[in-house]
Design a protein around this ligand. Structure first.
Ligand SMILES: CC(=O)SCCNC(=O)CCNC(=O)[C@H](O)C(C)(C)COP(=O)(O)OP(=O)(O)OC[C@H]1O[C@@H](n2cnc3c(N)ncnc32)[C@H](O)[C@@H]1OP(=O)(O)O
Ligand SMILES: CC(C)C(=O)C(=O)O
Length: 554
């Protein structure tokens, strides 16, 4: 019999919200962002950041454009306390940046928190206590009224100490989080939040932040959106509140919950870079910002040096950014599969021409916008087609294979890559091309070539090494290539062929400019074969290309 342990779980209760508004809204502007990397991100690390790592990350967050940064939990440890003191005493906080600190509703912790903030220009004091039925029952062993009393007492303890900061000119904003909000009955979340508001007395001119956390993601994102809309609609004095979202990713939908929460009326978003944080992580703030960006809404955050940001993140947290992480992962602007490569190559070429709205297939944004380069976009392994191979040869080495030649070389390269069983670099692809076409020296290799034309008739005299033996050959034609072809067929025993296609391009490598010629020959039995030759002399490049094709045909 199939075991069914799911019977120990139950469906999440829905919020009664007639005529919900959020599904028909759309996002038009960026929210207020608050990075909680240095607090929620940090508290989730096996080895929390030291002061110098926190400083490193703080500077990077400022660089990205964050104006609100939760810098820590200063009552938790000496490191956390000292970090605040360094930021303040060394005047490391830019004028327009507000630091935020988290604290429980406990007097000794509040005291320490206030002390850590003395001398700062502007701060957010963020107090929380948990409100869900399970937290009330197991963690606190308190009734709803008693839980409200904890919050009210904490709010009052903070209020009583505000003068110690304001006297020194510090501007203080107060923030309250009913922790585990999304698992709390909305009516109770409203009641406790309003009780805190009664103490702090926010006004439209002096708002408080009401942060509504999805501490553990317990339901689908539409349910969180309903909870947010319910609070926005029913809470008193809404105009005196900044409604803030703080989602986690336990069910894998932290980004969706945040976006729907914004539709539901929130003003502010807390999250971390690349989603570091407790368990499955906090909201990845990069994702929400870049999602706005890809819809043409300026996020007000700068991720133009994504690689630098990732290096900083990995250095300070010891975490890594997975290769498939939206926007940031190493593989997200990469295509291995042939049809994707083909579409990207064509899309990029089209975009280069019109340069207006980004419409390149398979690429949500222009990788250049976050400091990635086009050449990272297409990578070649055994799943790749001729388009990707051609793209890399062209973008890395300026080799523009004729379309029909791509059809010939693509499968040849694919075979080699398949045998190697790994991804190959552009340089390796060029090597394959060189071996296949340019370095073909058997059965014929060119030793000397000379051609003269009189009245449109060209005569060529050359010497070849044929199977190790040098031999002179001669021929006539309406051009040097035709004359060489006749010499090969008549004097060197090459099977009959005619030149079907000829193309040349210039190629610069380092300081030397050379010519690259492509020749397609057609044999007597109708088979077409490509050849290629390189030389500083264009005429010689084309002669070598003929020989390359004939050698390949042999
Ligand atoms: C969802 C979140 O991310 S919330 C933020 C969580 N972050 C952290 O906890 C990181 C920093 N925390 C710490 O370093 C420590 O927990 C400290 C310094 C804050 C407190 O340490 P301690 O008092 O030694 O221990 P501990 O955290 O276990 O305290 C639990 C007690 O606080 C109470 N408590 C927990 N949260 C709160 C709160 N928000 N407000 C009031 N009391 C609270 C618990 O009920 C428990 O009470 P009890 O001892 O009577 O059972
Ligand atoms: C303290 C709160 C905001 C928190 O970190 C959470 O609920 O996840």
């Amino acid at each position: 019999m199939l075991k069914n342990p799911s019977s120990k779980y139950q469906p999440f209760p829905l919020v009664s919200i007639p005529n919900r508004q959020w599904p028909s809204r759309h996002l038009t502007h960026a929210p207020i962002w608050c990075s909680v990397d240095l607090r929620d991100g940090n508290q989730a690390l096996a080895v929390p950041m030291n002061v110098s790592q926190k400083l490193d990350m703080f500077d990077a967050l400022v660089q990205c454009g964050f104006k609100e940064i939760e810098v820590g939990f200063p009552s938790a440890s000496n490191t956390e306390f000292q970090f605040n003191r360094r930021l303040i005493e060394e005047k490391r906080i830019p004028e327009d940046v507000t630091i935020q600190c988290l604290v429980q509703a406990r007097e000794d912790l509040i005291e320490k928190t206030v002390e850590s903030l003395i001398g700062a220009k502007q701060v957010v004091i963020h107090m929380y206590n948990s409100t869900s039925p399970a937290q009330r029952k197991y963690v606190f062993g308190k009734s709803k009224e008693e839980i409200i009393a904890v919050a009210v007492k904490g709010a009052q303890m903070i209020k009583d100490r505000l003068h110690r900061l304001t006297a020194g000119g510090t501007k203080v904003t107060l923030q309250y989080s009913p922790e585990s909000f999304s698992a709390t009955e909305v009516e109770f979340a409203k009641e406790i939040s309003e009780a805190v508001m009664d103490v702090w007395q926010p006004t439209p001119e002096n708002k408080m932040i009401l942060n509504l956390p999805d501490t553990v993601e317990v339901a689908m994102p539409n349910v969180y959106a309903d909870q947010i809309e319910w609070i926005c609609t029913n809470i008193k004095n809404r105009e005196s509140l900044i409604i803030s979202l703080h989602t986690h990713n336990d069910r894998g939908t932290g980004t969706a919950a945040t976006e729907l929460g914004l539709l539901a009326g929130a003003d502010r978003v807390e999250g971390t870079l690349f989603g570091n944080g407790e368990r499955t992580g906090n909201l990845d703030i990069v994702q929400v910002a870049m999602n706005l960006y890809m819809h043409g809404i300026s996020p007000g955050l700068d991720f133009s040096d994504m690689n630098g940001l990732i290096r900083m993140y990995e250095r300070t947290t010891g975490m890594t950014v997975p290769p498939r992480q939206p926007y940031a992962g190493e593989l997200v602007f990469t295509a291995f599969s042939g049809s994707h490569q083909d579409a990207i190559k064509k899309g990029l070429a089209g975009y280069e021409q019109h340069k207006s709205i980004w419409d390149v297939p398979y690429l949500t944004i222009d990788p250049e916008d976050i400091g990635r380069e086009y050449r990272e976009v297409i990578r070649v392994n055994s799943q790749s087609g001729k388009g990707g191979v051609a793209y890399l040869l062209e973008s890395e080495f300026g080799i523009e294979l004729p379309k029909d030649m791509q059809r010939e070389f693509g499968p040849l390269a694919n075979d080699i890559v398949d045998k190697l069983g790994r991804e190959v670099t552009a340089a390796e692809l060029k090597d394959m091309f060189w071996k296949e076409y340019i370095e073909r020296e058997t059965p014929y290799s060119l030793h000397h070539f000379h051609a003269d034309g009189v009245d449109g008739v060209f005569t060529c005299r050359c010497s070849l090494v044929i199977n190790g033996q040098e031999r002179g050959i001669a021929g006539k034609g309406n051009g040097p290539i035709a004359a060489f072809a006749q010499a090969l067929i008549q004097d060197a025993g090459a099977p009959a062929f005619e030149v079907a296609t000829y193309r040349e391009q210039s190629l610069s490598s380092g300081t030397e400019a050379s010519a690259l010629a492509f020749i397609q020959i057609k044999t007597a039995n109708g088979k077409t074969i490509w050849g290629a030759g390189v030389d500083t002399n264009i005429e010689l490049a084309s002669i070598k290309a003929v020989l390359s094709a004939v050698n390949r045909a042999a």
